[in-house]
Write a new protein. Structure first.
Length: 227
């Protein structure tokens, strides 16, 4: 029987919790460089594609030189919106929105394939790096969406790490850094509204994450990855 969330429900404009871990729970981010490479691959996939004219390089061929464009990774700008992420030593969490059908599957395949090739080459290994296909859980309401973002940003603390010192999107939400390829507005907009429909007693997103809020006992069983 397929594991929970291994069978994806593809919905246009749907929000998803996407996650996976290393095969046999192995470490998939050995050092800072590994985390930076994984994030760079996501940035390249989500940013505006570069001007083709600036990509041309000279290619020697039979004594002559020609201008050519090296093969570029697939681009998903405006097709995938990344709202939150967290990279842990043996797993990762993403919160994203796919704007059209099929874009999430293609985006994840591209990033995971590139990273697996990088990792295997760096550490002189062969075989699969991740535990099967990624899992994807469809987010079906705003309450779920907000609690999921908090779950992702609290994940380091739950595993004994500081939420502010690991590779996650939380620093973007605190305004400490700004990454153009990460979209914080869909989440932060709930806390900028004057009526604050969901959390009238929560002053900011930071207090929502670090101090908790109403309905903090929302069942997240389908999201949890055991270490």
């Amino acid at each position: 029987m397929p594991s929970r969330n291994s069978i994806k429900i593809y919905v246009k404009d749907g929000f998803y919790h996407v996650y996976n871990r290393g095969v046999e729970k192995r470490i998939i981010f050995e050092d800072n460089q590994d985390c930076k490479v994984f994030l760079r691959y996501m940035e390249e996939a989500l940013s505006l594609p570069p001007d083709p004219k600036k990509l041309k390089v000279s290619v020697p061929l039979q004594g002559a030189s020609f201008k050519g464009i090296p093969r570029q990774p697939k681009n998903f700008n405006q097709k995938i919106l990344l709202l939150a992420f967290c990279l842990m030593p043996n797993h990762f969490h993403l919160l994203l929105q796919q704007k059209d059908l099929g874009s999430m599957e293609s985006f994840m395949r591209s990033v995971i394939t590139r990273y697996s090739m990088y990792f295997n080459k760096k550490y002189d290994r062969v075989g699969k790096l991740f535990q099967g296909h990624y899992k994807a859980c469809l987010v079906n309401d705003d309450n779920y969406l907000l609690h999921l973002s908090r779950y992702i940003h609290q994940n380091p603390q739950e595993n004994g790490f500081s939420s502010k010192k690991v590779y996650s999107s939380y620093q973007n939400y605190l305004g400490l850094i700004k990454s153009g390829w990460l979209k914080t507005e869909p989440i932060l907009s709930f806390f900028n509204k004057s009526d604050k429909t969901f959390y009238k007693n929560v002053n900011s997103y930071r207090s929502f994450v670090e101090k908790g809020g109403p309905d903090s006992t929302l069942l997240l069983g389908e999201m949890v990855l055991e270490n």
